[in-house]
Design a protein around this ligand. Structure first.
Ligand code: ADE
Ligand code: ZN
Length: 345
C-alpha cells in the first residue's frame, strides 16, 4: 500500500535474526537435494517427499506451534524441535554460504544496510561440522553481501542455554580464531529453568575479552522478571548492553527504570509473539516500553519458520497493530542504529 512506502524505504539495521532460523522451506529443500539428504520435521517422523509437502508443513504445523505450546507448561518444545531439525541439512561450506547469502539478499531488498545475525555453533559442532566449514561459509557470504549488496554485518555467537555452561565455555574458546567476525555473544534456546546467571563465567570472560553482550528473555517465560533483572543488571558483571525480547519488563516500573538507567537496548520481534499471545498483549507491552523512552527496535527472529516474515513485515505489523505513525517508525529505526555494535565510521 502507498502508506507502506516509508517503512519499505527507510534504511534499516536488523539486530535479532537467528541465521539458522532464516532458512526457508525452499532453501532447505534446495540444499537437501544438492546433498542427497533427507528433510524431516522431527527426529521420528518420516522424510518429507516434496518441496510442496515441506512448504505445506511449514505453513500448517509450524504456524500452529503456539496453540500446542500453550499446553506444555510454557515450554516451546515444538518450535525448537522443528528449528533444530533444520540444522541437520546444513553440511558443507556452500550450505552455510547459501544460508547466509539467502538472508542477506532478502533483507537487502528491504533496505537493510547493516545487521548482526545470531548463529548457534553448538547445533553444528554436535553433528561433527567443523568450525572452518561453518565460519568459512558465513564469512564468504558476509564479504560478498558487503561488496555486492551493500549489506554490512557482524556475527553474534549464541550459547544454547539448555546445554551446560561447560559446553558454552568450550565453544567460546574454540571460536577465538574467528573473533574478527564476531562482535558479541548471546544466550538463546529453551529458557525454561535456565536463568542467565548459570552462564556468568563465560559472559564475564567474553566481556573481559572485549565482546559485546546480549541475552534472550522470552515473552511470558517462567521467572521472566527475574531473568530480565539478571540480564540488565548483573550479567557479565554489570549487565548486558542488549536484551532480546524482554517484553515483560513493561509490567514492572522498577525494571523499566533499570533498563533506562543502564541504557539497555531491546530487540522486539512482534510476528514471533503472535503465535503465543494476543495482539493486545503484545502491543500494550511494546507501547509501554516505547513511551517510556526505552530504545527498542523491531526484528524478525526466525523468519524461515514463521511464514517467511522478514524484518520489513515485522515493521509493517508493528505499524498496524501498535499502531505506530511513520515518525515513530523512524525513531525505532534510529534506535536500532543507536544500539547496534557497528564501528563508528
Ligand atoms: N533460537 C532460535 N530461535 C529462538 C527463539 N525464538 N527463542 C529462543 N532461542 C531461539
Ligand atoms: Zn531469538
Amino acid at each position: 500500500a502507498a502508506d507502506d512506502k516509508f517503512v519499505l524505504e527507510i534504511p534499516k539495521v536488523e539486530l535479532h535474526a537467528h541465521i539458522e532460523g532464516t532458512m526457508t522451506a525452499d532453501l532447505r529443500w534446495k540444499i537437501a537435494q544438492r546433498n542427497g539428504t533427507e528433510v524431516r520435521l522431527g527426529a521420528f517422523t518420516p522424510p518429507v517427499k516434496s518441496l510442496e509437502e515441506l512448504r505445506e508443513a511449514y505453513n500448517t504445523i509450524l504456524a500452529r506451534v503456539g496453540e500446542k505450546e500453550k499446553s506444555s507448561e510454557g515450554k516451546p518444545v515444538l518450535f525448537f524441535q522443528a528449528y533444530y531439525e533444520g540444522f541437520n541439512n546444513l553440511i558443507t561450506k556452500e550450505d552455510y554460504f547459501d544460508l547466509a547469502m539467502g538472508y542477506f539478499e532478502t533483507v537487502a531488498k528491504m533496505n537493510v544496510r547493516y545487521c548482526e545475525p545470531f548463529f548457534d555453533p553448538q547445533g553444528h559442532t554436535s553433528r561433527g561440522i567443523s568450525w572452518e566449514t561453518m565460519m568459512g561459509g558465513l564469512r564468504e557470504a558476509q564479504l560478498k553481501a558487503e561488496t555486492e549488496l551493500g549489506v554490512k554485518s557482524q556475527w553474534v555467537m549464541c550459547f544454547l542455554r539448555d546445554l551446560s555452561p561447560e559446553s558454552a565455555m568450550e565453544h567460546y574458546k574454540a571460536a577465538q580464531p574467528y573473533k574478527d567476525m564476531i562482535t558479541g555473544v548471546g544466550l538463546d534456546s529453551d529458557e525454561y529453568d535456565r536463568p542467565p546467571s548459570l552462564f556468568e563465567e563465560v559472559f564475564s570472560l567474553a566481556r573481559k575479552d572485549g565482546f559485546n553482550i546480549t541475552a534472550h528473555c522470552d515473552v511470558n517465560q517462567k521467572d521472566t522478571h527475574d531473568h530480565i533483572r539478571q540480564v540488565v543488571s548483573t550479567l557479565a558483571g554489570t549487565g548486558a548492553q542488549r536484551l532480546d525480547h524482554g517484553l515483560n519488563a513493561a509490567e514492572k516500573q522498577e525494571l523499566m527504570d533499570l533498563i533506562l538507567e543502564k541504557g539497555t537496548g531491546l530487540t522486539v520481534c512482534p510476528w514471533a509473539y503472535l503465535r503465543h499471545e494476543t495482539p493486545h498483549f503484545i502491543c500494550s507491552r511494546i507501547r509501554t516500553l516505547y513511551d517510556a523512552g526505552i530504545p527498542l527496535c523491531i526484528c524478525s527472529d526466525d523468519p524461515g519458520y514463521m511464514e517467511n516474515c522478514f524484518v520489513l513485515h515485522d515493521m509493517l505489523l508493528a505499524k498496524r497493530i501498535c499502531p505506530f505513525v511513520d515518525s515513530e517508525i523512524a525513531a525505532i529505526a534510529r534506535h536500532a542504529v543507536n544500539i547496534c555494535w557497528a564501528p563508528q565510521d
